[in-house]
Design a protein around this ligand. Structure first.
Ligand code: MN
Length: 218
């Protein structure tokens, strides 16, 4: 059964309950972000998954647990996209989202790319790699982080929360385009790709408790 779809006034943001609609195609490169109850992928609940094909519009999937009248991780269309080997998933700080999606939906998210890792590899002149900083400095776009710490577990999300959540995926394609060119320029595209390929494993290690102390630490 297709989820209930709510069309927002600006037409560029669609909220779906439980799953993506049947038959939706978002192209070969999909920007994805999640909103959760907190920053611990082992503890905190997944509340929202935002997706964009890069065309300026966003699809938001609200994940509601069965205890609250929802379908929890029963979202076959979303899971198929996350696991599809022919669809590249583009994140900012993929390590967290990949672990969160892996635990919450039981799906290994791959293949993935991460604008944060890409930025760290080419913008070694700064330690500012937050999405807001990159959008401002690379794209000249201001995004608000005002709703970042709001309650994403609410049954009804506010228009401000939905707009914020969407803004986190609307600029990732443009960022990636710029960062990929810089990775090529600096001869680090291959190294970046190797890091991206490892991210699902890094997420699995985090979920097993090898985050702190890091298994790679001495
Ligand atoms: Mn976000």
């Amino acid at each position: 059964m297709a989820g209930v779809t709510q069309f927002m006034s600006n037409g560029s943001l669609r909220l779906h309950r439980h799953d993506l609609p049947d038959g939706l195609s978002l192209g070969p490169l999909v920007a994805i972000d999640t909103e959760t109850m907190g920053l611990d992928p082992r503890r905190d609940r997944l509340c929202l998954v935002q997706l964009s094909s890069g065309d300026g519009s966003a699809h938001l999937v609200q994940i509601v647990p069965p205890e609250l009248g929802g379908r929890g991780g029963d979202c076959p269309n979303l899971k198929a996209l996350l696991a599809d080997p022919n669809t590249v998933k583009l994140f900012h700080f993929a390590r967290f989202d990949v672990a969160m999606l892996q635990r919450s939906l039981g799906v290994r998210v791959a293949p993935v790319r991460c604008t944060k890792i890409a930025a760290k590899m080419v913008r070694t002149f700064t330690d500012r790699h937050g999405l807001r900083d990159l959008c401002r400095e690379i794209l000249g776009v201001e995004i608000s982080k005002q709703q970042q710490t709001s309650d994403w577990g609410a049954a009804e999300l506010t228009p401000e929360q939905l707009a914020y959540a969407a803004s986190d995926v609307l600029h990732l394609h443009a960022l990636w385009e710029r960062l990929e060119a810089l990775l090529r320029r600096e001869g680090r595209l291959e190294l970046a790709q190797a890091c991206f390929d490892f991210l699902p494993t890094r997420g699995a290690l985090d979920l097993l408790g090898w985050e702190t102390p890091d298994i790679f630490a001495h």
